[in-house]
Design a protein around this ligand. Structure first.
Ligand SMILES: [Zn+2]
Ligand SMILES: [Zn+2]
Length: 326
């Protein structure tokens, strides 16, 4: 089925970049597929992390283990760094954030990202621009496993590298917070992702070192990773398409719940510049509530929102009819 042309590009252009708007001119090259090259370092690392998370689950389920409210808080904070920071702010420029909020946002992603903000935002823009093609880093047409975690275990498809290198990314390069975080990404991961979540409960309220390492550090990290990967996998496969039936991304309530509001994915790919990633405001959307709170506190501004009329017109024009249009 032919993909519907993007609408509201004027609103997208208002942000100073349109790299996340689907590019209809790209066509996959004919010929044999490039050889699959495994990245063994990532395979070993991910295997160890997931084995550690399973052990953390076993520890957490033990009756003598106290409830880990701080682990949940750490999950929320680190995940917000991905959803409100790396995704809605830096990848899509869907609102503006003050310096203190950007500094805070750059501290959270090392707890939960696979890459630094610059690389994450570049890959995410390529994902939107060339969605479901060879140039999409986690192309969901290659199956659930590939779009979930497999794409991190193999070398990128040449088209991903080529298209990624052609993005200008001037806004990211001009953002000193982003470039500082990129420069010190590796040590910040060690400190923010593993050391702090382990040392704080161990030193401050006498949690055992083993529990502190495997619950708020390892298990929490793996849960954040998998919840964000579900947006690339499940939300591209399961659910309805009320805004654009010609694209793969879907509205997936389970992903929405687990990923702090990031599962309204058919809406998000249709209107990537909308800061709420949904037409329903705070409904199942913790990230939108957080951004609104930051605006109330004067730490964020200039939220981009698609009008109700435009959403309704788009539903009628290209939706699958699964949402009421009246
Ligand atoms: Zn996005
Ligand atoms: Zn997507």
């Amino acid at each position: 089925m032919e993909r519907a042309p993007a609408s509201q590009e004027d609103l997208g252009a208002e942000r100073g970049m349109t790299d996340d708007i689907f590019d209809t001119s790209y066509h996959e090259k004919e010929g044999p597929k490039p050889a699959r090259r495994y990245v063994w370092r990532n395979i070993v690392l991910m295997s160890l992390l997931h084995a550690g998370a399973l052990y953390g689950l076993w520890l957490g389920a033990a009756p003598q283990t106290p409830p880990h409210a701080q682990g949940f808080l750490c999950f929320l904070l680190s995940f917000l760094g991905v959803t409100a920071g790396a995704h809605r702010l830096w990848s899509h420029r869907s609102y503006k954030a003050s310096l203190p909020l950007r500094v805070f946002g750059s501290f959270c992603p090392p707890c939960s990202l696979q890459n630094d903000i610059y690389e994450w935002a570049r890959d995410h823009r390529v994902h939107h621009k060339f969605s479901e093609t060879n140039a999409d880093p986690h192309n969901a047409t290659r199956g659930f496993f590939f779009s979930h975690i497999g794409w991190l275990l193999v070398r990128k498809h040449p088209d991903v590298l080529e298209k990624g290198s052609k993005l200008e990314l001037a806004d990211l390069k001009a953002d000193k917070v982003v470039m500082f975080q990129r420069r010190f990404y590796k040590p910040s991961v060690v400190v923010m992702c593993f050391l702090l979540p382990t040392l704080v409960p161990w030193c401050c309220w006498g949690e055992s070192l083993c529990n502190s390492f495997f619950l708020p550090a390892i298990l929490r990290y793996v849960l954040v990773l998998n919840a964000s990967w579900l947006v690339n996998s499940a939300a591209h496969m399961f659910g309805n398409r009320p805004y654009d039936r010609t694209i793969n991304p879907r509205e997936n309530r389970l992903v929405t719940l687990g990923a702090l509001g990031e599962g309204f994915h058919n809406y998000h790919h249709t209107f990537p510049y909308d800061y709420a990633t949904s037409e329903f405001g705070w409904h199942y959307n913790f990230t939108t509530a957080f951004i609104d709170l930051m605006c109330l506190l004067g730490l964020a501004s200039d939220r981009k929102k698609v009008s109700r009329e435009v959403v309704l017109a788009r539903k009628i024009r290209t939706g699958d009819g699964s949402h009421k249009t009246g």
